[in-house]
Design a protein around this ligand. Structure first.
Ligand code: ADP
Ligand code: ASP
Ligand code: MG
Length: 469
């Protein structure tokens, strides 16, 4: 059971989590928890300030978040019959927080002095979000009559040393996770792990799995333990037909195939970290996405097998902040090896490419990660002319069997016929049609497509079925 930041945002949220875990105690749950909402962002921006030489002020900015932990624990323990127990837990938390302040302060000072590599220090600092939430949740579950124990996930999830977006090493992670958790589970203890944080096999330093990576931890732990199910508890009722911030009336999708879910996650459905699916798919463990605020509301289950729906399109994902790079070279005419040269440059700068389209003399592609863009352009300029279009958005229509269904592309592009489409990609997989528009048109594009495929389509389908069910 993985609980996201909003599922542990305050005392009431912790209380809901405790009730959910208690409800399945007999199924021997393992709990993975994210940092309290907004804390990771705060840690990251404090780190930025500290590295820029404002260490003292940076630490002071975190006090508000440390206090949220104390306030939540105080509220949650207020009704404990034994006052001394509550007082003991609160002073234990004070000790945990003091140690956190000390370690974070030390990392801030090292960052300002350039004493240790920044990515290493940043991962250490940001890990306190999950270190503290997992400590707190274990304490709360304990106080609610469950035998719970915080387990340091850095002893379970073992990665390479790519700080900030580390890749787990499968064998080591499986082995360590089982060794750490199985004895506890056998004893009837509920292990509580912080998501997102891990450690490097080579150096033992703290690493992180990329933003939103707690889902991934749940996927890894569930796969290592061959769990019956991986549950992602969040603030929406499962995976919806579109991002609810853009389409507030988007609906829950009851079932998704692994391929559909992975594609949606990758192209912007933040509800699921794109890599979550991978460990689960290997072991055929279903992933269920549920609402911790309304546990009775509909949810989504992701199964291995595909399922065609009559309308074929299951959801629309989008992501903003995308750059399109146009690369043109007359030398490409009739030549081979050009794509290899280009992709070697992206490989060298460890930058993933999302969409690629080619013509005789040019290649256009889209990138989400623009951290190394300047260096990439510099290298590309040696082999071709380069033009970058920032401020773009990817829109992705997902559904098993899309490629083999006539009429989908026609419907998509006639729906957005007055919006300029910069790149189109379809056919690489059977489940998506992806294109790029200017960012300022993204929300409108998604809304129109949702209307065309889910609002009108429902009406048409109902009519086709004879106006009934
Ligand atoms: P958590 O903190 O629980 O990990 P996230 O904020 O990472 O939660 O993910 C949940 C959010 O994902 C939702 O509140 C919603 O705004 C966003 N989201 C984007 N696309 C979708 C989608 N297709 N279905 C559901 N949620 C989506
Ligand atoms: N706390 C981390 C983040 O905000 C990981 C997560 O929430 O999944 O990115
Ligand atoms: Mg998330």
């Amino acid at each position: 059971m993985k609980f996201g930041g909003t599922s542990v945002e305050d005392a009431a949220a912790f209380e809901r989590v405790a009730a959910l875990v208690r409800g399945v105690r007999d199924s021997r749950p393992v709990v993975v928890v994210s940092a309290m909402s907004r804390f990771t962002d705060a840690l990251l921006s404090a780190f930025e300030r500290a590295a820029a030489g404002e260490g003292g002020g940076a630490l002071a900015h975190l006090e508000e978040h440390f206090s949220r932990h104390t306030a939540a624990l105080r509220t949650l323990l207020a009704d404990l019959p034994k006052r001394q127990e509550a007082e003991a837990a609160l002073s234990e938390l004070e000790a945990v927080l003091s140690k956190a302040r000390e370690e974070i302060g030390g990392a801030f000072a090292d960052a300002a002095a350039g004493a240790r590599p920044r990515p290493v220090l940043q991962d250490l600092v940001v890990s306190f979000g999950e270190q503290l939430s997992s400590w707190l949740l274990a304490r709360v579950l304990d106080a609610r009559g469950m035998r719970a124990k915080q387990v340091d996930s850095r002893r379970c999830v073992i990665t390479d040393d790519e700080h900030g977006r580390a890749t787990p090493l499968k064998e080591e992670t499986d082995r360590h996770t089982r060794a750490q958790l199985e004895p506890l589970i056998e004893e009837g203890v509920v292990p509580v792990l912080g998501g997102f944080i891990a450690s490097s096999a080579a150096t033992g330093e703290t690493t992180t799995l990329g933003r939103g990576g707690s889902d991934y931890t749940a996927g890894l732990v569930g796969a290592a333990l061959r769990s019956q199910e991986i549950q992602i508890w969040t603030d929406v009722s499962g995976v919806l037909t579109a991002d609810p911030r853009v389409v507030p009336h988007a609906r829950t999708i009851p079932r998704l195939s692994y391929a559909e879910a992975a594609e949606l996650a990758y192209f912007g459905a933040k509800v699921l970290h794109p890599k979550t699916i991978l460990p689960a798919v290997v072991r055929n463990v279903p992933v269920r996405i549920c609402n911790s605020r309304q546990p009775q509301s509909p949810d989504t289950v992701v199964y291995f097998d595909a399922e065609m729906t009559p309308r074929t399109v299951k959801a629309i994902a989008h992501k903003t902040g995308v750059h399109v790079v146009h690369i043109t070279s007359a030398r490409m005419l009739g030549a081979y090896g050009f794509l290899r040269v280009i992709f070697e440059i992206f490989d060298k700068h460890k930058t993933a490419v999302d969409i690629v389209t080619t013509s005789e003399v040019s290649v256009s592609l889209s990138l989400e990660d623009s951290a190394a863009l300047d260096a990439i352009i510099e290298d590309l300029k040696h082999v071709a002319a380069v033009r970058v279009e920032p401020g773009c958005a990817i829109v992705c229509i997902v559904g098993e069997g899309l490629r083999s269904t006539p009429g989908i592309a026609g419907r998509v592009f006639s729906t957005v016929k007055d919006i300029n489409v910069l790149l189109i990609s379809q056919g690489a997989s059977n489940i998506n049609l992806t294109f790029v528009v200017e960012e300022r048109h993204a929300a409108e594009t998604v809304r129109r497509l949702h209307e065309a495929f889910f609002e009108c389509a429902t009406a048409e389908l109902v009519a086709e079925l004879g106006g009934g069910q």
